[in-house]
Design a binder for this molecule. Structure first.
Ligand SMILES: [Zn+2]
Length: 214
């Protein structure tokens, strides 16, 4: 008994073989089939995928973002586009928690987080539509007001806490204020204002931002 090297391009694997090389050359003996390490199939039809593994040709699929030849287990299906691609092309939507192709994520018009566009309805993502009244005594508000005392000037607050950010809204007599803070660092991700009855948020200038946050 011995081994035959199965060479595909620059890659090779060994296939067990019992017999004499001459019989193989003469066509009197045939090596056994190759067992694909992915599908487990016994096959004579093999090819190398891009990472060098040699597999049954039927186990080979293509990443729809890169064209990379690989196996099905290495691909993820995007819930927005239905495209199958390698993990590295995906990001987690901070609102739905789904893995979505990064190119398919879209900024929410309110919080500007890049989200699965399916969670955006009526110009706001699900998180932004889920803000609820919160009291200043709430520990999250207390932490925020401690960090940014200028905000204490506003009275009534609505808040939503996502996995990454706090989204807050408050309204004064003439204007509404929108704030998005990173939960860990408390850095403002967005500070925007809108007219009292306008649905369009406009980012404030750096100067205004400093005044508002105090
Ligand atoms: Zn949003």
């Amino acid at each position: 008994t011995g081994k035959l090297a199965l060479v595909v391009g620059e890659h090779s694997v060994d296939v067990p073989f019992s017999g004499w090389a001459k019989m193989l050359a003469d066509g009197q003996a045939q090596p056994g089939p190759y067992q694909c390490p992915i599908s487990g199939d016994q096959t004579y039809r093999v090819a190398a995928i891009d990472d060098g593994r040699i597999v049954n040709t039927r186990a080979i699929v293509e990443c729809e973002q890169s064209g990379h030849r690989t196996i099905s287990d290495d691909l993820v299906t995007c819930p927005v586009t239905g495209r199958r691609a390698l993990h590295s092309f995906f990001e987690v939507c901070p609102v739905s928690g789904e893995r979505v192709l990064a190119v398919a994520l879209a900024p929410c018009p309110v919080c500007q987080q890049r989200v699965n566009p399916q969670v955006v309805k009526g110009n706001a993502c699900l998180a932004c539509r889920s803000m609820r009244s919160v009291r200043k005594e709430d520990p999250r508000m207390a932490r925020l007001l401690d960090e940014y005392p200028g905000l204490d000037h506003w009275r009534k607050w609505k808040l939503f806490e996502s996995s990454r950010v706090y989204i807050l809204q408050t309204a004064g007599f003439a204007r509404s204020l929108l704030l998005v803070f990173d939960k860990e660092t408390m850095e403002p991700y967005r500070v925007a204002m809108a007219g009292r009855f306008s649905a369009t948020w406009a980012d404030v200038s750096d100067l205004q931002r400093d005044e508002i946050l105090g």
